[in-house]
Design a protein around this ligand. Structure first.
Ligand code: ADP
Ligand code: MG
Length: 256
């Protein structure tokens, strides 16, 4: 059965979507059958995978409310070589609709279980909140990947997320754990970033991924070409980092 990972951090702009899209493409290049689920109404992971969110007729919204199966709504990323369960603005209303439905926090989990597709890895791009959508992601997953910038306030936000993960683990999903923390948009010239990075390592030990994603403009440019950065510029520093991260993820999936 597929190993399912949420990429979550309730802060916006910390690199969740960039991590999802590039990890999915790097995993696909390594021969892993990969599905990327876009759980953010902004649809950035969808667009960044080269799928036009405005042209999508069946999306993750339809799957969550029971109007489509996962297999019906999935499309293939033409640039990335992985499958995408797309999202667009339809999803913005789902939050309210879900409240009235049965098994409201397990809708995504149930949809994944009902799928006939045979994926090695599933990645879930969460919205920047600890909402019912994120809760659906956490209930469906085995592990959480937390991308973070090594800034002063990063650690403060982390404790809220860690507490949420603990609560979901005790009350809703015994399989859930923190897979690891990924340092992103890293600037090694900044002393503060090095200090926070060292603090993360001493506090979280081997829960901190070895791969470090540098701040790299090629990763930021790639979405406007509808391509993951790792496809857009194979030689970029950011690409190398995400390839190393994918290798680390494959290793962790093999030896949990
Ligand atoms: P989130 O999904 O957490 O909101 P994004 O992945 O959309 O965050 O990233 C926020 C912004 O930062 C985007 O404009 C993205 O292109 C840019 N970005 C993300 N990672 C990097 C990086 N390693 N180097 C440079 N820019 C990055
Ligand atoms: Mg995002």
């Amino acid at each position: 059965m597929a190993r399912i990972f949420c990429v979550a951090n309730q802060k916006g702009g910390v690199g969740k979507t960039t991590t999802c899209v590039n990890l999915a493409a790097a995993l696909a290049q390594a021969g892993q059958r990969t599905l990327l689920i876009d759980l953010d109404p902004q649809g950035n992971a969808t667009m960044g995978s080269g799928v036009d969110k405005r042209a999508v007729t069946k999306s993750v919204y339809h799957v969550l409310v029971g109007l489509a199966t996962l297999d019906e709504a999935c499309v293939t990323s033409p640039s990335g070589g992985y499958d995408v369960l797309p999202a667009n603005r339809d999803l913005a209303g789902a939050e309210v609709e879900l409240v009235g439905l049965e098994r409201r926090e397990n809708r995504l989990r149930d949809a994944l279980r009902a799928s006939g597709a045979d994926y090695d890895l599933v990645l879930i791009d969460c919205p920047p909140s600890l909402s019912m959508l994120t809760l659906n992601g956490l209930c469906a997953a085995h592990g959480v990947i937390i991308p973070m910038q090594c800034e002063y306030f990063a650690l403060e936000g982390l404790s809220d997320l860690v507490n949420t993960i603990k609560k979901v683990h005790s009350n809703l999903n015994r399989e859930l754990g923190i897979t690891g923390l990924l340092r992103v948009m890293f600037d090694a010239r900044m002393t503060l970033q090095q200090q926070v990075s060292a603090q993360l390592e001493s506090h979280f030990g081997d829960k901190v991924f070895r791969a470090i994603v540098p701040r790299n403009v090629r990763l930021a440019e790639a979405p406007s070409h509808g391509m993951p950065g790792v496809v857009f510029d194979k030689a970029a520093k950011g690409t190398q980092a995400y390839m190393a991260f994918a290798a680390e993820m494959i290793e962790r999936v093999r030896t949990p």
